[in-house]
Design a protein around this ligand. Structure first.
Ligand code: GMT
Length: 376
């Protein structure tokens, strides 16, 4: 199949999923064309003869108050459709990609226009899409796609109930490459971040307000009152300075490393003991899944799609959002009991492999592509 993938190229979860799913299809022999404004964050591999990247152009003009990216994206996509015979466009995140995909499908001068599959990721519906500024375009783009998928049942229900979208939304959970993200003891790597008698906690996100990175620091500070521990903060974003300041205020700066954002996190995840995800909004929680695949249990908020990923009491613990005391207590329970930790680490890995492996999830997308082609 010739597949065009539209995505946000930054470090956000939707772009990561789009890249990993696209590469998964490429490894299985399909030709994948990534169309984005920059090289996608996780597109670090080269040497796939069937992977292409097409950069969306931009033209500044004094009359335009902001760049017209949706139009530029649709224009680039039409070129790709006509030159490479694209059969399926996979738009990850409704705005603006699904809109650009529908525009390009209608513009393409080809005998058989491509089918459009739109995957909803979360904030495209729960935050941005519901804003009146984008509501009608988002509804239109979802309704006119040939097949729409959502990364959790929570998000599928939310799309239908809150957005008033009248159509089927198929749940296809996010996938993890469980061969790359796997438990791997690497004492040499671990000792760069923690002494042998210390526990190593980790958080990965884009440090936006919904991630509550200050609650990560607060939880860690409470944990480290009771046991020797360190915290790795991986990622970057608007709330990073607040988290850095809070760590200083709470006297834990020396034990918290703000590493910044980088694409290959799997070796580091595998040497950590616990993943913290205290978000106040989360349609899935991809970073938590990658931790689980690495054999790292998760303490997270009980909300959105997180309970579909993390099973409370089995692969980690779920607590009320903003309840830092409960999260610290859960973390301490897990980290102080070696047998419990080993059991949860194994269960986390097992769930990641059996429910969310690419081998299981990619065929669901393949079926969605086929259905879209039949509908188109
Ligand atoms: O919140 C983020 O990390 C970014 C955002 C995005 O769209 O890039 O993530 C959303 O999509 C991810 C991949 O499907 C999900 O794992 C995240 O839960 C979701 N974020 C929210 O719902 C806040």
């Amino acid at each position: 199949m010739n597949i065009a993938v539209l995505l946000h190229s930054g470090a956000g979860g939707s772009g990561v999923v789009a890249t990993e799913v696209g590469l998964g299809f490429a490894r299985r022999g399909h030709t994948v064309h990534f169309v984005a404004s920059n090289v996608p964050f996780r597109l670090t591999e080269t040497g796939h003869p069937n992977v292409y990247f097409h950069q969306v152009g931009s033209m500044a003009y004094p009359l335009f108050e902001a760049p017209l990216t949706t139009l530029a994206e649709a224009s680039k996509l039409v070129e790709v459709i006509e030159e490479y015979g694209i059969e399926v466009i996979h738009a990850h995140y409704a705005i603006p990609h699904a809109a650009a995909a529908i525009m390009a499908r209608d513009m393409a001068r080809v005998a058989r226009p491509p089918a459009v599959v739109t995957t909803l990721h979360g904030t495209d519906v729960t935050l941005v899409g519901l804003d009146r500024a984008y509501l009608r375009t988002t509804q239109f783009s979802i309704e006119r796609s040939d097949v729409v998928t959502a990364v959790s049942q929570y998000l599928a229900d939310y799309t239908c109930c809150e957005m008033g979208v009248r159509r089927d939304v198929t749940v296809i959970p996010n996938a993890v490459d469980h061969r790359r993200f796997s438990p791997r003891a690497d004492p040499e790597l671990r000792q760069r971040y923690a002494h042998p008698d210390e526990k190593l906690l980790v958080h990965v996100s884009n440090f936006r307000p919904v991630k509550r990175v200050e609650d990560v620091v607060r939880t860690f500070a409470r944990v480290s009152e009771r046991l020797q521990a360190r915290l790795l903060m991986i990622g970057d974003g608007p709330d990073r300075p607040k988290a850095v300041e809070l760590a200083a205020e709470l006297g834990v700066s020396g034990r918290v490393a703000f590493l910044g954002s980088f694409p290959r996190i799997e070796p580091l995840l595998a040497v950590c003991d616990l993943f913290l995800l205290p978000s106040v909004q989360e349609s899935f929680g991809l970073a938590a899944l990658e931790a689980m695949a690495s054999g790292v249990p998760v303490v997270a908020s009980r909300l959105g799609g997180i309970p579909e990923v993390v099973v409370d009491g089995e692969t980690g613990y779920l607590c009320a959002p903003r309840d830092v005391d409960a999260m610290a207590a859960a973390a301490l329970m897990l980290l102080s009991d070696g047998a419990l930790h080993r059991r949860m680490a194994a269960a986390a890995r097992e769930r990641a492999v059996t429910v969310f492996s690419e081998d299981r999830v990619l065929p669901l997308y393949a079926r969605a592509y086929e259905r879209a082609l039949e509908a188109g």
